[in-house]
Ligand binder design. Structure first.
Ligand code: NAI
Length: 246
């Protein structure tokens, strides 16, 4: 698997799953652009890749801001080349029981997780359509498929992202662009470290492989979906969840 001369944007690449996805794609030669609302962290991720011999740059990216999103995609196209790979990974949670959920928490989570992927996906598609090739991977979630008490906003955003993935896949297939989603189970990152030990233990009881996932478990699937080993796979949701949902 080689991604030499390919340019990949990883949104939310400043930490967690996005950082490890970026590391893995850099190892097989892609030039990585890490876009994050936390520029300091994105720069750390990029430096780490460069220190290990890879090619990486960091940019300030707020996926909910259409002006900023367009600027970032124009910058990538001018500075490097039109985009080959987009991983829509930026995501947030603002959990709370459905009946008490604040409208603002609903709007914010839908904006980052769903509208952000729409805005970035649209810019990426424009560049990829001209090249007649490209891969887009949307990081959804197991809870977008099965729901989860306390996560009405988050599960709706991820279910929406799965619908968006399938429609983008159908529209972009004639231009040789694949669009797939990965639905991770519970992965050991800052997002899940906020859960208290009792809840974590309860979760692990529901996972046949008896552990939380690691960011690298997701990164391997992303690599597969963007590396030319999966050119005939599009519009799919790849479940990476230790068997928690079958
Ligand atoms: P994380 O919280 O460690 O990292 C998320 C990154 O997104 C951060 O660097 C953050 O600064 C960035 N971000 C947040 N808002 C942004 C915005 N408006 N624009 C640009 N960047 C922004 O989260 P983690 O765990 O690495 O999650 C990555 C993705 O995987 C998310 O989409 C999440 O929903 C999804 N996921 C995570 C699971 C888990 O158990 N950790 C399970 C299923 C899905």
């Amino acid at each position: 698997m080689k991604l030499d001369k390919k340019v990949a944007l990883i949104t939310g690449g400043g930490q967690g799953i996005g950082r490890v996805i970026a590391d893995n794609l850099a190892k097989i030669g892609a030039h990585i652009v890490l876009g994050d609302i936390n520029l300091e962290n994105a720069e750390k991720s990029a430096k780490n890749i460069r220190d290990n011999g890879g090619k990486a740059s960091a940019v300030l990216l707020n996926v909910v801001d259409p002006v900023n999103v367009k600027q970032v995609f124009d910058f990538i196209s001018k500075e490097f080349k039109p985009l080959d790979i987009l991983v829509n990974n930026a995501g947030i949670t603002k959990d709370g029981l459905f009946v008490r959920m604040k409208e603002d928490d609903w709007d914010r989570v839908l904006a980052v997780n769903l509208k952000g992927s729409f805005l970035c996906g649209q810019q990426a598609a424009k560049q990829m359509m001209k090249q007649r090739s490209g891969s887009i991977v949307n990081i959804a979630s197991i809870v977008g498929v099965m729901g989860n008490a306390g996560q009405a906003n988050y599960s709706a955003s991820k279910a929406g992202l799965i619908g968006l993935t399938k429609t983008m896949a159908r529209e972009l297939a004639p231009r040789n662009i694949t669009v797939n989603a990965i639905a991770p189970g519970f992965i050991d990152t800052n997002m899940t470290r906020v859960l208290d030990d009792k809840i974590r233990d309860k979760l692990i009881e529901q996972i046949p492989l008896a552990r939380l996932g690691l960011p690298v478990d997701i990164a391997h699937s992303v690599t597969f979906l963007v590396s030319g080993q999966s050119n005939y796979i599009t519009g799919q949701v790849i479940n990476v969840n230790g068997g928690m949902l079958m």
